[in-house]
Ligand binder design. Sequence first.
Ligand code: LFR
Length: 470
Amino acid sequence: MSRRFAAVDLGASSGRVMLADLSDGLRLTEAHRFPNGPVRVAGRLYWDILGLYREILTGLRAAGPVSSIGVDSWAVDYGLLDASGALLGNPVHYRDDRTAGVSERVAASVGAASLYEVSGLQVLPFNTLYQLLADRLDDAATMLLVPDLIGYWLTGERGAEVTNASTTGLLDVNTRAWAFPLIERLGLPAGIFPPLRQPGEAIGGLRRDVAAEIGWSAPVRAVGSHDTASAVAAVPAAGPAFAYVSCGTWSLAGVELPEPVLTPESRAANFTNEAGIDGTVRYLRNVMGLWLLQECLRAWPGSDLGELLAAAAHEKPFAAVVNPDEPVFLPPGDMPARIAAECRRTGQIPPASPAAYVRCVLESLALGHRLAVRQAMELSGRDVEVVHLVGGGSRNELLCRFTADACGLPVVAGPAEATTFGNVLVQARAAGLVSDLTEMRALVASAEPLRRYEPSGDTGAWAEAASRVF
Ligand code: LFR
């Protein structure tokens, strides 16, 4: 059996097909990378799901034969199939506004406390349950989350991988089974939720036509199909006293726990208990993440990120900061204008140049990381000695330094491709090449050079900045 595995990893701003070789340690190479983003059609925001599928096939063709394939993506979004298995409509992007007001309506009818008791999930307006309630389900026979939909197209097999199912708001946080009593109470059709599958489980072989198209065949295996579950599984931590920030389009900041935290304080802080690998709980909160920066760059055509980051390092510290999690930042649109409005609203002078905006965004994100890491520690009682910053954001040195300073903790940065590592290591384990999470993490730590940022020790300035916006 070969020791090569393919990971399909779809992020909100880019997708990639990666190849991992475990013949001698763990080596990753990129087979294919492609852009991703929302497409607005007649006032509605969609994913280009067929375009993504085509790029996946291109990537698999380029990767060549492997032992198995795993697919992960962002969470919550889904496609609906009719009884014949055909896709009903195009999957809608979680940043679409069709869910406006839905979470409030559900909280009023079912009760926010009883929802949290069942699912342990933070309230985000786009959680799957709110999307389903805003959707037309008349002809729907099956709901498949994005990685499960890709898996279905590749193999013909339907199912729901559990780490991603935990982001729907419809999975029981204690039993990790579909919460059918809640599903019925919400008036959702119970029959559309397919059987659950666990990371590492075989999904099926490639369909014959797919194998013919890419030129080889291999089984597809369930992984931590929620990208954040894969990323957290690959945090290169040596012991349990760590927090993580999985930083890409979103920053997912929190700790890993053996049990969920379902206290009223946890709910009030909007902390989530998402399912991790091996029964672990990803106790975290979403921080708006590099989306703020991505949307600024979109507003400044022709700008160069490297130059802006270099200039931002010399901008005046704490000139202006925002709460990165203001709902106003969620949809696509003119980000600098929204940041300026938030600065004014909180009595601060808006940044005067793109470099000053970048400084503002990075300091604001570090403030978001600080608050989430501190609250995760407090609410869970978990001791934290180091913050692991993984994902694309780990390449951003200024953000890593700010996060260390803001948290008052060392930051270990990397790997940037944590999600891919988590994806392939779950496959490698199913093939008998790795044993447990500890060994997986040690392999990641030895595969990648990691950078360590010591905190400056001056958290006072960060506390002052935080008091302006939180
Ligand atoms: C990160 C992520 C987050 C989820 C958000 C929306 O890529 O998966 O964990 O809250 O995207 O799906």
